[in-house]
Design a protein around this ligand. Structure first.
Ligand code: HEC
Ligand code: HEC
Length: 210
């Protein structure tokens, strides 16, 4: 009898410990999510909107669904003048000011929040033609770092290209070609003709989100 009661209270004790651990872990997760939301609301929403879809008139792209590692890579580049430091890059300079005002921990929190946001489904804003087959040039020169379906390749630090709108992708490619922004492999982009760039972007913005 006595042993049974002991075992019973022991089980209750164990269950309480497990439940407590689970609640604390749950709270920590929730705090991370809340903190990401707060950082985003207070620092990013004005230009990227609460949906993460961006405001074209401000040159602010949709960023919803970008992976956490890419968001933190970019925020760090803005902070270190590796992106947005060019005299002729007003859009990048806006982001530099924001990125420099964030603490290191907040970079990770906000990256996680952005990763969790639903991707922009309307990325073809320029009425680009529908292209369903990946352009040969893309497969040869870009897929190695950006993925066969432009889903990104973390090992190569190549971001997915299926979250951003057409006007932004075109503008970034132009920035890489003119030296306003540094690319993983500048020579690949410099070699592209205008028609090839348009075909690649038209195909990318037609890819349905995986
Ligand atoms: C004052 C307006 C403004 C605010 C506020 C702002 N951004 Fe931006 N953001 C921009 C602009 C403009 C660009 C495009 C820069 C370019 O063209 O190179 C951009 C680009 C970015 C990019 C790069 C996207 C890509 O695909 O390369 C990321 C990531 C980003 N912003 C995250 C954030 C985060 C996180 C915050 C809040 C901490 C924030 N932004 C606040 C204007 C803003
Ligand atoms: C060697 C790897 C590599 C290859 C090859 C490559 N890229 Fe990139 N690309 C990157 C990296 C890394 C970045 C992020 C640059 C940064 O850190 O600012 C990037 C960024 C971009 C961006 C900007 C995305 C954004 O959200 O701002 C575009 C657009 C792009 N690449 C297009 C292309 C195209 C088109 C090709 C083929 C012609 C190509 N890339 C080939 C590595 C590569």
């Amino acid at each position: 009898m006595c042993g049974g009661a002991f075992r019973f209270s022991h089980v209750i004790f164990r269950l309480t410990v497990i439940f407590w651990g689970w609640t604390v872990a749950g709270q920590a997760e929730a705090e991370v999510a809340d903190r990401g939301y707060v950082v985003y609301r207070d620092n990013c929403r004005d230009c990227h909107l609460s949906t993460g879809m961006g405001i074209r008139e401000m040159n602010a792209p949709s960023i919803a669904g970008l992976p956490r590692w890419y968001v933190t890579d970019q925020l760090r580049e803005f902070r270190r003048d590796q992106r947005g430091g060019h005299d002729d890059d007003a859009a990048g300079q806006l982001m530099q000011i924001k990125a420099k005002s964030l603490g290191e921990r907040d970079l990770a929190f906000v990256g996680r929040y952005i990763e969790s946001m639903a991707v922009n489904p309307a990325r073809n804003t320029l009425d680009l033609p529908t292209i369903v087959t990946p352009p040969a040039r893309y497969l040869a020169d870009c897929a190695g770092c950006h993925g066969e379906q432009a889903e990104g390749n973390r090992r190569e630090r190549g971001p997915p290209l299926t979250r951003q709108p057409d006007w932004y992708l075109l503008k970034q490619i132009e920035s890489f070609q003119t030296g306003r922004r540094t690319h993983g492999d500048a020579s690949k982009l410099e070699a592209l003709a205008e028609a090839e760039v348009k075909a690649i972007v038209a195909w990318i913005v037609g890819i349905k989100e995986q």
